[in-house]
Design a protein around this ligand. Structure first.
Ligand code: GLC
Length: 427
């Protein structure tokens, strides 16, 4: 059933139009040309967005994503439903043996959390879908613990697995990735978006070197973890998974399932958080699993701690510091760091989608003032610039891809809610 909004805010319809315009028949691309396939966490956000006006379409999105789950339990980060030469690296470069073709890595597991949100929006219609998806979610979470959490926190085998591709957190691990100079390639992303807003050649050389290794071992998880060129513990994805466990347990209880196994996995993950605590810096930090060295980098991944209901006073102070340095929170990198670049992808810009997760946590923790501020700043970015991929946190300039699905989705589900009425009330 399609529900029409009565809010009267033209941006609500514009947001729905972005999602519908990116719909390729059962799955939603992040944006045309730059990202023409189904991406894992983007798709979950799109589903959440659809849930605000078309529940059936929302569930279709989730089912199609999980239809590409691997036998190992992994849910891939990209599903190449229809080959599109506009995107590089495509299915051949990944070389994963799966039908339909997919990438060989995963992405932040927001599914259980957003499925729970969808359930709350319409319990009755959602229950049969949750029943069907629950074993798949359990298998995916099990895969994370089994194949990525040897040391406690989640360790990623490729920066793309984190969802925060070129953030400074990964510089340390990327320095150690050997590059194959004899393997030329042609990027497509820089023909769609200004080069200054995208990752650099230095990053891409290494991204592709990790892909070449993955291909050579047929994306075998053990091989990647034991012998791959890159392995770093990621605070962001660890917190996303921790939060997702609590939502999955709640879904399990709803279905009358036995959740003791999930609870044990959640506790194990929680106990591993201390390994990421950089006491000298006072924040949750990425570290290189091969050497044990901290990245010494503060980024938005650390602030996803709130999403998991975790806070520590020293990191709270950094949160306040970096937020006060920008006009639109939350920057993806520390504005006081020399690596900060306000318009280069994950090295500084503010991302509405990450803001929505941080805000969800702040709200659940009772930090309602901070949540309201973040919601207002994110809404203003969209009101000024439209539905872009990310924005300069200093002046709000829209960056990256336009008509971006997950930005439209978080407008519909979070920061755009009641916006027209609120503004009218203030005037
Ligand atoms: C980039 C982002 C990633 C996102 C994808 C599609 O790779 O870093 O988080 O899922 O684009 O939007």
């Amino acid at each position: 059933m399609t529900v029409q909004s009565t809010s009267g805010n033209p941006l609500d319809q514009a947001a729905r139009d972005v999602l519908l315009g990116n719909d390729r028949g059962g799955y939603t691309i992040p944006t045309a040309r730059l990202y023409p396939y189904q991406w894992n966490w983007d798709s979950m956000f799109s589903a959440w967005g659809y849930a605000s006006f078309d529940m059936e379409r929302a569930w279709q999105e989730v089912h199609l994503l999980f239809a590409s789950q691997w036998d190992t339990g992994m849910v891939p980060h990209i599903i190449f439903h229809k080959v599109d030469p506009d995107y590089f690296p495509g299915p051949k470069v990944w070389g994963a043996t799966h039908e339909p073709p997919t990438s060989g890595i995963s992405q932040p597991p927001v599914a259980a959390t957003l499925i729970r949100k969808m359930y709350e929006m319409d319990p009755e219609a959602s229950l049969p879908h949750i029943k069907a998806l629950y074993p798949k979610l359990v298998a995916w979470h099990d895969w994370w613990i089994r194949e990525r959490c040897k040391d406690g926190p989640v360790a990623i085998i490729h920066p793309w697995e984190s969802g925060r591709d070129n953030c400074p957190d990964w510089d340390l691990g990327m320095e150690g990735v050997p590059v194959n100079e004899d393997d030329p390639y042609l990027r497509r992303d820089t023909t769609h978006v200004q080069e200054t807003e995208r990752p650099q050649k230095w990053d891409y050389d290494r991204y592709l070197a990790i892909l070449a290794f993955g291909r050579s071992v047929n994306w075998d998880d053990r091989e990647m973890v034991e012998n791959g060129p890159f392995l770093m513990a990621d605070p962001g994805i660890s917190f996303v998974l921790l939060r997702a466990f609590s939502d999955l347990i709640a879904l399990g209880e709803l279905l009358g399932e036995e959740t003791a196994g999930l609870q044990a996995q959640e506790s194990k993950l929680r106990a591993g958080l201390d390994k990421m605590w950089n006491a000298e810096k006072g924040w949750f930090d990425a570290y290189d699993m091969r050497t044990g060295r901290f990245a010494n980098v503060l980024g938005s991944g650390a602030f996803l701690a709130y999403f998991a209901g975790v806070s520590r006073p020293a990191q709270d102070a950094h949160f306040a510091r970096i937020w006060d340095k920008v006009s639109y929170g939350i920057p993806s990198a520390d504005p006081d760091s020399e690596r900060f670049e306000p318009r280069r992808y994950w090295r500084g810009p503010t991302w509405p989608v990450v803001n929505s997760l941080i805000a969800m946590g702040l709200k659940d923790m009772g930090r309602t003032e901070a949540e309201a501020r973040l919601r207002d700043e994110t809404a203003k970015l969209i009101e000024k610039g439209g539905f872009w991929e990310y924005y300069d946190p200093m002046d709000g300039t829209p960056c990256g891809g336009a008509s971006f699905g997950w930005t439209a989705a978080v407008w519909l589900t979070w920061c755009g809610q009641g916006r027209a009425a609120q503004r009218a009330g203030k005037e």
